[in-house]
Every structure is written in structure tokens, then in C-alpha cells.
Design a protein around this ligand. Structure first.
Ligand SMILES: [Zn+2]
Ligand SMILES: [Zn+2]
Length: 280
């Protein structure tokens, strides 16, 4: 994902007279907790409440102090969290991000309040809000939700989708990135497509299930793997593309109501590079 940094205000709520501290933090939705260096814990006079065992990126584990409570503020959002005391750099993980309903805007690599809930933080505790669609990977490590419509639905039998799925291909729909909130650690594999576009295939960093792709041809769109939907029936594909090179076992034997194309349907005007039939 590249590094995203943001100015976060931290405060010790149990000391009402203590000053708030603005800290530049690394934002990493792949990390779980708020993490702060010992120096910052001491400055905020946070009490160490417990110890937690953390697993580091290299697979090793170690015990670190757990301190709090910490009041965390960003723009119009506030949350309360416990902090792991470790490392040299403060880090904002998925728990405080979810708590404050903050998202990383992928195209711009910055932290912001969830555009779907600009005024008040939304929460999925009570289940998805009306109109919200949710999904995620196999292990639950990566979750997403979005509001707004699906822009196009299609099944792709190209050799790349076939290789990445290990099956008949990929089933995809597009959603405007501004309405998508992702939590958890998606990992990306990037490559240049024959078209010259930069593609980034996003999978869960833990279970490796495909979740969503990003394509430089449509920088403001998340291309979501339909099989990752909690309610896969919401996906209603209308076309099959790249049927030309597909092995016979990848395509249904009979008519299935999906229009078939040998390759990528040719653009017919409209949004540059996106076939008209795929636009809605
Ligand atoms: Zn997973
Ligand atoms: Zn494909």
C-alpha cells in the first residue's frame, strides 16, 4: 500500500488538565492496535495496564506493555483506545481506524474520514447500514463495505484472472473508491497489463484470498472480487469477456444469459477506455 501518514491528536483522558499532543503517525490498516513509543507514553503519562503478546512481521513474538486509555482525535472524529508501547514510531492500526470510521483513500494515499459517513462516524457493530454492502476475505482479516451502486458486473476468463484464481477466471464489479471503506491488511501484487495499465491485485495478507484490484485505467474505482461478497447474490454479471482463449471447461456448456466476448469489448465512447456496456 505504500506509507500513509497523518497528523493525529493524542491525549490522556484520565488527566483532564494534560495537554493534547499532535503526532505524525504512520497509518497502517494492516496493523491491529494503536502503537506508541515509550517516549510518547511517558509524555502523555499513560498508565501501563497490562502486557500483550504481539507477533512481529518476521513471525517472532514478544511481550509489550499495553497502556491507556488514549483519546485519539482526527478531524471531526474522536475515539478511545489502548496502546501497545513499542517501536520508535507511533502507528495507527485498524482498531482505532474502525472506531473512528477512518479510511485510507487508496488513490491519494491519505487518511480521511469515511466519505460514506462524513459527519458522524458510522459503525458496523449493528450490521451494515441500509444500502451498505459488505464483504471480505476467507479469514476475515480484510473486510470492506461500500455504499453506492456497483458500476458494472462481469466474468473474466483471461489467462491472468485464470492464473490468479486457479480456476475458471475472475468475477468482478466496480465501485467508486470514494465510497469504499477497507479494514485489515490487503497485500498487493502489481504488474503491467498488455494494455499498458498498471494493475494491482489485492489479496488478504494472511489467507491470500483475492479481495479487490486497482487499475490505473480507472484510478477512482475499486474492482471487487464478487466471490468476496457476504451476499454474493448481489452480483449479477451480464457479460463474459476473454472467452476466446478460455479452456472449454471454464465456460458453461449452454447459453447462460451472459453475453460473451472473444476478448475485451471495444470502447464505444463514453468514459475513456471503459467499454460502454460496462458503464452504468
Ligand atoms: Zn484473509
Ligand atoms: Zn481477467
Amino acid at each position: 500500500m505504500g506509507l500513509v501518514r497523518a497528523e493525529i491528536v493524542l491525549k490522556n483522558p484520565s488527566r483532564p488538565k494534560a495537554r493534547a499532543t499532535t503526532v505524525e503517525m504512520l497509518v497502517d490498516s494492516g496493523a491491529v492496535h494503536l502503537c506508541i513509543p515509550e517516549k510518547l507514553r511517558a509524555r502523555l503519562k499513560l498508565e501501563v495496564l497490562d502486557r500483550k503478546t504481539v507477533t512481529l512481521a518476521d513471525g517472532s513474538s514478544r511481550e509489550v506493555p499495553y497502556a491507556g486509555p488514549v483519546e485519539v482525535r482526527f478531524k471531526n472524529r474522536v475515539g478511545f483506545a489502548g496502546a501497545l508501547v513499542m517501536g520508535d514510531e507511533p502507528l495507527l492500526g485498524a482498531i482505532p481506524m474502525e472506531d473512528m470510521d477512518l479510511v485510507i483513500i487508496p488513490g491519494e494515499r491519505r487518511l480521511d474520514v469515511n466519505p460514506a459517513n462524513p459527519v458522524l462516524a458510522g459503525s458496523i457493530v449493528k450490521g451494515a447500514a441500509a444500502g451498505d454492502v459488505a464483504g471480505g476475505c476467507f479469514c476475515g482479516g480484510v473486510r470492506y463495505r461500500f455504499s453506492g451502486g456497483m458500476m458494472w458486473h462481469g466474468v473474466c476468463h483471461c489467462s491472468v484472472c485464470r492464473r490468479f484464481s486457479g480456476g475458471a477466471g475472475g468475477a468482478w464489479f466496480g465501485v467508486l473508491s470514494a465510497g469504499v471503506a477497507v479494514s485489515g491488511g490487503a497485500a498487493f501484487y502489481g504488474y503491467k497489463a498488455d494494455s499498458g495499465n498498471d494493475i494491482r491485485r489485492g489479496v488478504c495478507g494472511k489467507c491470500c484470498a483475492p479481495v479487490y484490484n486497482l487499475n490505473s485505467m480507472m484510478p477512482d474505482v475499486h474492482i471487487i472480487a464478487a466471490g468476496s461478497l457476504d451476499e454474493p447474490g448481489r452480483f449479477s454479471p451480464r457479460l463474459r469477456i476473454y472467452c476466446g482463449g478460455a479452456p472449454s471447461w471454464a465456460l458453461p456448456a449452454g447459453e447462460d444469459g451472459l453475453r460473451r466476448f472473444e476478448g475485451m469489448p471495444q470502447p464505444e465512447g463514453g468514459r475513456k477506455g471503459v467499454p460502454e456496456r460496462w458503464q452504468k
